[in-house]
Write a protein that binds this ligand. Structure first.
Ligand SMILES: [Zn+2]
Ligand SMILES: [Zn+2]
Length: 365
């Protein structure tokens, strides 16, 4: 018991009428942890000299998880829940789960200080149960870190920044779990192609998640008043999923990192083949700027940042800004050769330059 808890308990137990059943602090802390359940059925709850431990336990429990509260938060309406339980309900609804009172801004509960009096009381009266609760929570966090959370959303590439708008309850939960972890990362995958759901590949299970993806690092999170959030992320590396399963309402998986086998560390301009390719790409981007829809490429460049000068990030930058079908771009994630990726991009550009869209609508040719 720390100094704060000791002082608080001294104050409570010396004030008549607050917890009259609690033993005097002068009798020693050992007694606080050894209160026995009231044996006499005629004894009034909290009668002097005794405490019905089970009744007190029930009073203190979080009404959502029905356990002693971890980081208890008392709401505007006076109800108290574990912080994680409360945030989970707020993912779905902004009202108190007990009395339906509006709870105000979600962000206020993210940084909310726990109800210290309740923490002290629980730790003092139920040390064993609280130790079990803390151990269970630590084990759960450790277990979660054995697998990587998977955000099934859009195609991302290493080194590329992006901004995500998190509104689905399952991904709000996932983001909180990511932020609790030592490495604030998650895996970004795309869903299986629609063709898989209309009979192509008959006899095989629909792939809910494509096998290759990009590990993302969370750079910052900005909560909106209702708990939805805007998250700034950046791609770190590519991976292949070894296995995945639905846990905690979202997908989690085990994966292996993928790197290029022919990593080209030199500047693009010092390579013959990529140099020509880079020139082609620059000319193509320039044409997009001069087209009838320059806002399109401006917006893409704004999001993707300036064009890199080294081959690997350059290939991912081009893949990000080119208006190509997502499942076509996905092939780049599987490719372990920078040269091969650059060749694929070159082919896309050729197709785009001859397509109806660019020759007619954008007046490129
Ligand atoms: Zn709870
Ligand atoms: Zn309430």
């Amino acid at each position: 018991m720390d100094t704060y808890q000791r002082e608080w308990l001294t104050e409570c137990t010396s004030s008549p009428g607050i917890f009259p059943g609690l033993p005097s602090p002068a009798s020693g802390d050992a007694r606080l942890g050894s209160i026995t359940p009231e044996s006499s059925t005629n004894t009034t709850l909290y009668s002097p000299g005794s405490v019905d431990q089970q009744a007190l336990l029930t009073e203190l429990e979080c009404h959502i998880c029905c356990s002693l509260p971890i980081r208890p938060v008392t709401t505007l309406c006076g109800h108290t829940f574990c912080q994680s339980c409360l945030l989970r309900t707020l993912d779905h609804n902004g009202a108190c789960p007990l009395c339906r009172h509006s709870l105000g801004r979600y962000a206020d509960y993210v940084d909310h200080q726990p109800n210290r009096a309740l923490v002290a009381l629980c730790e003092a009266l139920f040390p064993n149960q609280m130790a079990d609760r803390h151990a269970a929570e630590a084990a759960e966090i450790q277990q979660r870190q054995l697998e990587v959370p998977i955000f099934v959303c859009s195609l991302m590439f290493p080194t590329m920044p992006s901004q995500l708008y998190i509104y689905e309850p399952r991904y709000r939960l996932m983001m909180r779990h990511c932020l609790q972890a030592s490495q604030k990362q998650f895996a970004m995958c795309i869903p299986g192609p629609p063709s898989a759901k209309i009979g192509v590949g008959y006899g095989r299970p629909d792939p809910a998640v494509m096998d290759y993806g990009t590990m993302m690092e969370i750079k910052s999170v900005r909560y909106l008043p209702d708990g939805q959030s805007v998250v700034q992320v950046r791609g770190i590396y590519r991976f292949r999923l070894l296995s995945y399963a639905m846990r905690n309402e979202y997908w989690t998986g085990r994966l292996e990192r993928l790197d290029d086998v022919d990593k080209l560390e030199v500047e693009l301009e010092h390579l013959n083949m990529p140099r020509q390719l880079m020139l082609t790409c620059r000319q193509f981007i320039q044409r997009l700027h001069e087209s009838k829809a320059p806002w399109l490429i401006n917006r893409l460049e704004e999001n993707a940042g300036p064009m890199p000068t080294t081959p690997e990030p350059f290939s991912f930058w081009m893949a990000t800004v080119l208006p190509i079908d997502m499942y076509e771009k996905y092939k780049l994630l599987e490719t372990r050769s920078t040269r091969e990726r650059l060749r694929m991009i070159s082919e896309w550009i050729e197709k785009l330059q001859t397509s109806m869209f660019f020759s007619n609508s954008c007046n490129l040719m």
